[in-house]
Design a protein around this ligand. Structure first.
Ligand code: FES
Ligand code: FES
Length: 866
C-alpha cells in the first residue's frame, strides 16, 4: 500500500492489525511519540487528510491512499509552521514529549475552535506544564527572548528542534539488528518460584534468549539510585527466585520483534509456591506478620527483617507532653489527627526504557530514559563486575521524570541480555507497566499533634509517620527522612517529636516522587496547623508568621543534625505577604450560582533544602572552540526541568556572550567527568555552580593569555545547602449537596532566590501545582485485594486535562541567595508540597468539612459533610 507522509510516498505492507503509529516509527518517523498506545494521551497525534487522529488507535491500512502529516511535515527549524513558532516563543513545553502531538492537533484548529481549548485539546495530555504555557502558545503570546543571561526568560536551546519533532528522545533510534525484550510479570503477590519451564518459549522461531533467575547475577542491589549506594537497602536482584508483589519481573524474553517477545512470555510455565502475603503496613510491622524479606542478612542493610522495617527514626527535642500541658494551661489549643495519602503515579508521558548494545571496542553502551546516567553506570558495574571504563551510559532528551527515573528499572535486564547476546536489545515499558510495576508515591499515614498557647506560639509539634514501602525498599529510607525533615523544621518550637517507620508489604514498591515525602507529611502538619488557627481564632497566615523559622534560628527537625543547612537567603516572609495579598485582591473566577455553593479560602507553606543531603556532586567543563563559540559539557540530564537553558544562561552571563553561542553536551558518562544526577532539584544549584566555576576557570586561562581552543573545568560538591520556600493559597467553592470542589483562585508565592529564567521558573511552579491538584483531588492508584494495581491506563487513572486546571498566579520573592549561582535557588519539586493542605484548608473553611484523606473526591467531601 502507499501512504503519502509529509508529501512523500511511503510504500510497504503493515502487518495485520498494525496501527499507524508503529508503522510510521518503523519507517523512521520518530517524531510520532507514544505515551499510552490506547488513544488516551495524544502524544502520537498526526493529521490524516488534515484531520488530527491518534495514530496509535488508527489502523495503518486505513491510511492507504491518504495524506499523513506529522509534526516534522508541518515545518522545520529553518522554516517552522506558525504553530511551532508559537510554542517556542511562548515556552509552551517543558520536557516536550507531548509537544509534537499537541502542535499537530493545534495546527488543525480553526479560529473558532481555538476559543474552546478545553474541549479541543481534551485528547492531548501534558504532565509537565499545567497547560497555561500551552494556552499562551495557542494565543500567540511571546514569553521568551532568543538571547540573554541570568534573569532573562531565554527560550530553551532545543526549542525549535522539539517543536519540529527532530529532537531525539530515548527511543528515537533503531540500531541495526535491534532485538526486543518483553518481561513476564508475577500474577501472585508473594511466592517462591518452584519451577520455571522456558522450553516452549525458546522453541518459538525468532526468540533469541530467555532469561530467568537462574541467569541473574547473584549480586543484590537497589533500583533506587543515590550518590552513595549505601543509602538504599540491597534487596533486589536482576531476576529473583522469590516474587514479592503482583507485577514483579519473573522472566524476560528477547526476540526479533516486540510481538514475538510478548507471545513467547505467554509460553513460559511457572509453578509458584505461594507464601503468606501482607498488604497493610500496620499489620506488616506487627508480631507474627508474614515476612517480606525473610532470610536476608545484614548485608542487605534492612533495618529489621523480622519486623518488615526498611528504616525507622525516632527523635525529638524538649518535651511534647509538657508542651501540650503548657498550651492548655495558657488557654490555647491542642489539635490531634490522622491524615492519610494515597498511591500516585508519576505518569511522565515518556515511559521508562532503554536500548543497549556493544560499541566498536566491545564496551557496553546503554541509551536510557534515566535522570541519573552516572549512577546507572556505576550500579551496572557493581552488578555485573565491570570496570567504569567498560560501560557507557547516556541519555538524549528525557520525556519527563518527576523522580520516577531516579530508578534503574530497565537497564540491568537489558545489560544482562546484551552481555549474553552481543546484539542491540531494547526494553520499553508500556503505559500499563508504568502503573503495575514501576514504583509510585509512598502512601503515608501521619498522626500529627500540634499545640499553641492563646498567643498562637507553638508549644508542641509531633508527627508519627507510617510509610508503605511496598515490596522493595528503594528510596524508602530517604523519603522517610526527608518527609520528616523540612515539614517539621520550618517551625520554631521548643518541643518536637518525630517517630517514623517505613514498612515492607507485598504491595507495588513505592519510590522517589517530586517532593520526596514532604508532600505527604506537610499535608498533615499544615492541615493540623490550620485547625489550630481556627480554634485559636487566628488568621492562618499570622499563625505561620508567629512560628516559622527566621535567619538566626537553627533547623530543628528532631532527628537529623543538618550541619550544612543554612539560610543562604530568606523569603518566606515575602511569600506569606504575596500570597495573602493576592488572595485579598479577590481575583479569580466567581463561584457558581446557587445556595449549595459555599466559598472558603485556605493556605499552607513549605520549606525545602535546595540540595539533597549527604553529597551531590557535579563536574562541568566549558570550552572555547576554534569556531569562536563555546561548548558546555555537564553531566546532569534534561527532562523538562530546564537546566540546559539555565546552564546556557549562566555561561552567557559569566562569559559576556549570547546564550545562543553555547552548545551543550550533557548527561553522557563519556562526555563529562561525573554528575550525581538530576534529582532533588539540584540541576540549577549544584550543576549550576560547577558550570559557573568552569566559566571562571576558562576566563582565568584567557586572562593568562590563552587563545582558542581552551577548556575551563569546574566542580561542586553540594554543600553548604540553602532553603527555598513556597506558600500556596486557594479560594474554592464547595457544593454541599454533591461534594464537588471548584477552584476559584490559585496563588503560589515562591522564594527561588534570583529567578534565573522567570518564564521557565513560573512553568515549574505551575506544573508542580497542577500535578499536586491531581493528587489532592482525584488521582489514585487503586489496588485489588492481592495488591494488584487495577488502574492500569490513563483512562482509569485520571491526570489533569486542560479543562481541569485553574490558572495559578505565580509570585516570586525578591531575594538573593548567598550560596546559589547568581543568587539562585532550586524550584522544581517544592511547589508541589503545600498544595494539598492548602486545598483541604480552603475546603474546611468553605463548608466545615475537614478532609483527612487524599484524594479529596466529591464522594469523600460529601461524606465528611454528613
Ligand atoms: S500514544 Fe496514542 S494516544 Fe497515547
Ligand atoms: S511538556 Fe508536556 S508532557 Fe512534558
Amino acid at each position: 500500500m502507499t501512504i503519502t507522509v509529509n508529501g512523500e510516498a511511503l510504500q510497504g505492507d503493515p502487518w495485520p492489525g498494525q496501527c499507524l503509529r508503529t508503522y510510521l516509527r518503523e519507517h523512521g518517523h520518530f517524531e510520532v511519540k507514544t505515551g499510552c498506545d490506547a488513544g488516551d494521551c495524544g502524544a502520537c497525534s498526526v493529521l490524516v487528510d488534515g484531520s488530527p487522529v491518534h495514530s496509535c488507535v488508527f489502523p495503518a491500512f486505513r491510511a492507504a491512499g491518504h495524506e499523513v502529516t506529522t509534526v516534522a511535515g508541518l515545518g522545520t527549524p529553518d522554516e517552522p509552521h506558525p504553530m511551532q513558532r508559537r510554542f517556542v516563543d511562548a515556552a509552551g513545553f517543558q520536557c516536550g514529549f507531548c509537544t509534537a502531538g499537541m502542535i499537530t492537533t493545534a495546527s488543525a484548529l480553526t479560529p473558532d475552535q481555538l476559543t474552546d481549548l478545553p474541549a479541543q485539546l481534551k485528547g492531548n495530555l501534558c504532565r509537565c506544564t499545567g497547560y497555561r504555557a500551552i494556552t499562551d502558545a495557542l494565543a500567540g503570546a511571546v514569553n521568551t527572548k532568543k538571547v540573554g543571561g541570568a534573569g532573562d526568560s531565554v527560550g530553551a536551546p532545543a526549542g525549535l528542534r522539539v517543536a519540529t519533532g527532530i529532537e531525539q528522545y530515548t527511543m528515537d533510534h533503531a540500531p541495526e539488528g535491534l532485538l526486543y525484550m518483553a518481561v513476564l510479570l508475577s500474577p501472585v503477590p508473594h511466592a517462591r518460584i518452584a519451577s520455571i519451564d522456558t522450553t516452549d518459549a525458546e522453541a518459538l522461531p525468532g526468540v533469541r534468549l530467555v532469561l530467568t533467575h537462574r541467569d541473574s547475577p547473584a549480586v543484590a542491589f537497589s533500583t533506587a539510585r543515590h550518590d552513595s549506594r549505601l543509602d538504599d537497602p540491597d534487596d533486589s536482584f536482576v531476576l529473583d527466585d522469590t516474587v514479592r508483589f503482583v507485577g514483579q519481573r519473573v522472566a524476560a524474553v528477547v526476540a526479533d520483534t516486540a510481538a514475538l517477545a510478548d507471545n513467547a512470555c505467554r509460553l513460559i510455565r511457572v509453578d509458584y509456591d505461594e507464601l503468606p502475603a501482607v498488604f497493610d503496613p500496620e499489620v506488616a510491622r506487627s508480631a507474627g506478620a508474614p515476612l517480606v524479606h525473610d532470610g536476608k542478612g545484614p548485608d542487605a542493610r534492612i533495618a529489621d527483617v523480622s519486623r518488615n522495617l526498611v528504616a525507622e527514626l525516632h527523635g525529638g527535642v524538649g518535651d511534647v507532653a509538657a508542651g501540650l500541658v503548657a498550651a492548655r494551661e495558657s488557654g490555647g489549643a491542642v489539635v490531634r489527627g490522622r491524615w492519610t495519602t494515597q498511591r500516585v503515579q508519576h505518569a511522565h508521558l515518556e515511559t521508562h526504557g532503554c536500548t543497549g548494545w556493544r560499541d566498536d571496542e566491545g564496551r557496553l553502551v546503554i541509551r536510557t530514559s534515566s535522570q541519573v546516567p552516572f549512577l546507572v553506570r556505576d550500579e551496572l558495574c557493581h552488578v555485573f563486575g565491570l570496570d567504569r571504563s567498560e560501560v557507557h551510559v547516556f541519555t538524549r532528551r528525557v520525556g519527563g521524570g518527576f523522580g520516577g527515573k531516579q530508578e534503574m528499572l530497565t537497564e540491568d535486564l537489558v545489560a544482562l541480555a546484551v552481555l549474553r547476546l552481543g546484539q542491540p536489545v531494547r526494553y520499553e515499558f508500556s503505559r500499563s507497566d508504568e502503573f503495575t510495576t514501576a514504583p509510585c508515591r509512598h502512601p503515608v499515614r501521619v498522626d500529627a499533634t500540634v499545640a499553641a498557647g492563646a498567643d498562637g506560639v507553638l508549644t508542641a509539634l509531633a508527627v508519627d509517620v507510617l510509610m508503605d514501602a511496598g515490596a522493595y525498599g528503594n528510596h524508602s529510607p530517604g523519603v522517610m527522612f526527608h518527609g520528616c525533615g523540612e515539614s517539621v523544621s520550618v517551625y520554631r518550637c521548643a518541643n518536637k517529636r518525630v517517630d517514623a517507620q517505613s514498612v515492607y508489604t507485598n504491595n507495588i514498591p513505592s519510590g522517589a516522587f517530586r517532593g520526596y515525602g514532604l508532600g505527604q507529611v506537610i499535608f498533615a502538619v499544615e492541615s493540623a496547623l490550620d485547625e489550630l488557627a481556627q480554634r485559636l481564632g487566628l488568621d492562618p497566615f499570622d499563625l505561620r508568621r508567629r512560628n516559622v523559622v527566621v535567619p538566626g534560628d537553627g533547623f530543628t527537625d528532631a532527628h537529623v543534625a543538618d550541619d550544612d543547612l543554612t539560610f543562604g537567603s530568606y523569603g518566606l516572609d515575602q511569600c506569606l505577604d504575596l500570597a495573602q495579598g493576592a488572595l485579598a485582591s479577590g481575583d479569580g473566577t466567581a463561584p457558581p450560582a446557587g445556595p449549595q455553593w459555599r466559598v472558603g479560602e485556605g493556605m499552607a507553606i513549605a520549606m525545602i533544602a535546595t540540595i539533597p543531603p549527604r553529597g551531590h556532586f557535579a563536574d562541568a567543563s566549558v570550552s572555547w572552540d576554534t569556531d569562536g563559540d563555546y561548548t558546555l559539557s555537564v553531566g546532569t540530564a534534561e527532562f523538562g526541568n530546564g537546566t540546559s537553558t539555565v546552564h546556557a544562561q549562566l555561561v552567557a552571563s559569566e562569559l559576556g556572550i549570547g546564550a545562543d553561542r553555547v552548545r551543550i553536551r550533557q548527561s553522557d558518562t563519556d562526555a563529562t567527568v561525573y554528575d550525581t544526577g538530576a534529582f532533588g532539584s539540584a540541576g540549577i544549584v549544584v550543576a549550576g555552580l560547577a558550570v559557573q566555576s568552569a566559566c571562571r576557570d576558562l576566563l582565568a586561562k584567557v586572562s593568562a593569555g590563552g587563545g582558542a581552543p581552551l577548556v575551563g573545568h569546574g566542580r561542586h560538591d553540594g554543600t553548604p545547602r540553602s532553603v527555598a520556600f513556597n506558600v500556596q493559597a486557594f479560594r474554592v467553592a464547595v457544593n454541599v449537596g454533591t461534594g464537588e470542589v471548584h477552584i476559584l483562585q490559585s496563588v503560589q508565592a515562591a522564594d527561588a532566590g534570583v529567578v534565573m529564567n522567570p518564564e521557565q521558573c513560573r512553568g515549574q511552579v505551575e506544573g508542580g501545582v497542577a500535578q499536586a491538584i491531581g493528587t489532592a483531588l482525584y488521582e489514585e492508584l487503586l489496588v485489588g485485594p492481592n495488591g494488584a494495581v487495577t488502574t492500569k491506563d490513563l483512562r482509569n487513572y485520571h491526570i489533569p486535562q486542560l479543562a481541569d486546571l485553574p490558572v495559578t498566579e505565580v509570585y516570586f520573592a525578591d531575594t538573593h541567595d548567598a550560596l546559589g549561582p547568581f543568587g539562585a535557588k532550586s524550584m522544581s519539586e517544592s511547589p508541589y508540597n503545600p498544595v494539598a493542605p492548602a486545598l483541604a484548608n480552603a475546603i474546611a473553611r468553605a463548608c466545615g468539612a475537614r478532609l483527612h484523606q487524599l484524594p479529596m473526591t466529591p464522594a469523600r467531601v460529601w461524606r465528611a459533610l454528613q
